[in-house]
Design a protein around this ligand. Sequence first.
Ligand code: AMP
Length: 501
Amino acid sequence: MNSEITAPPEANSGAETAQATITFDDLGLSADTLRAVKEGGYNTPTPIQAQAIPEVLKGRDILGIAQTGTGKTAAFVLPMIDILAAGRARARMPRTLILEPTRELAAQVAENFDKYGKYQKLTKALLIGGVSFGDQDALLARGVDVLIATPGRLLDHFERGKLLLTGVQVMVVDEADRMLDMGFIPDIERIFKLTPFTRQTLFFSATMPPEITRLTEAFLSSPKRIEASRPATAAGTIEQRIIPLPGGDPRTRRAALRAVMQSANVRNGIIFCNRKTDVDVVAQSLKRHGFNASPIHGDLDQSLRTKTLDRFRSGDLQFLIASDVAARGLDIPDVSHVFNYEPPRSPDDYVHRIGRTGRAGKQGASFTLVAPNDRKSLDAIEKLMGKTIEAASIEGVPEAAIGDPRDTGGRGRRAEELKREHSKRITEKKQRFQKRDPERPEAATEPVKPGEPSEPRPPREERPRASRNERHREKTPAPLPHQDKDTPGFGDNLPAFLRKK
Ligand code: AMP
């Protein structure tokens, strides 16, 4: 790959910090597009826009190493609008193709085309899951200038014989590293091969893991490489703290989360979870405790996701509980707080998560709950950030919950970990026992309203399937407290007259 290296623009702290000397008028955009841009409220191009737009208009491939918040969407949408101004769409043969990892991102890109392409007559189709095939197919049949799609849905249409990609002149791959996380790379490769070799490719990724580098080497031709700094480098406005927990028990985590959410001066916030099942459980738990909170993740109905996001954007909803995939790239301005229910497994996700706050020079804060088992993730995050994230002590978090997981008290780290794992197992065992015997006063550590389940359960399909032995154990009644488990021959069916009094 003969990519040209462009140094990251200095003092680039995202979309709002633009290069002072370059204006939109200098980039070679048409008068119609410039008018729409100005009416849309952009005054100065961001560094990635200033660098990419002239090159895209020249027909050059782009490798943009940038994430959301840098203004990368307009960096490809604006020049594409002008490229598309000449020529006409043919039935079932889109002229340009934009691949996005999630439906929300695809919808956002479509909105950008509407907003900035309002003076040009462009046709577009959005191929995303959760929308009827019939409507999408009708649009394709008429012919579209822009096709915005998630890879799976695009291939579904292709396999039904409803789509030809041989007319694609410009192809955009957005958030490529997220596509990698979601397992879309084979699909992307296949889609690349279905488009003409002569196409122009605009490729964006926040990070460049080896699989992504390989893809760019295979499918981009002498791209202009543009790097826009990530929010982490602009994180001066984000106060980051960890909240050390004594163990990974979900109840402790949720109690600590509530305490942190109540302690800080929180206007609104996003709570990130690593798993979809946790998104649901945390959302239900927060709601039960009176928080104005709703979940968003990939398994929720599209119209519900859109409604939830709109409510969050308008301020009607105060807290959004999200998975990384659902939140990636969402344009949610001005969040005061980010809470990590646990540290993300990938340190890049941490950067993405905290980048949702502290935007445009505003003050933001992020709190990450860290149990001893999360140490590895925290280490990776601190390595990437190049600093230690300080621990905060929060009023309302039980005193026992405060203790830095890194504090090994001079003993070996592994020994400390083993000890904590052991006490965690004991605690979990105790809790299982207490659940079966609700009379015991310690059974409920978290106040639950009468008539409500003590533990919100994830939807059936998300529950891990128990093994036969586990199912058997679940069906078998718990032994009575005085029952001698070792009485031979009777198992759990010890006759009453043999029971010790
Ligand atoms: P993106 O990185 O494309 O997700 O854009 C992040 C945010 O920056 C969005 O809210 C855009 O509307 C905004 N934005 C993009 N370009 C500009 C610009 N030149 N000036 C001000 N805001 C911008």
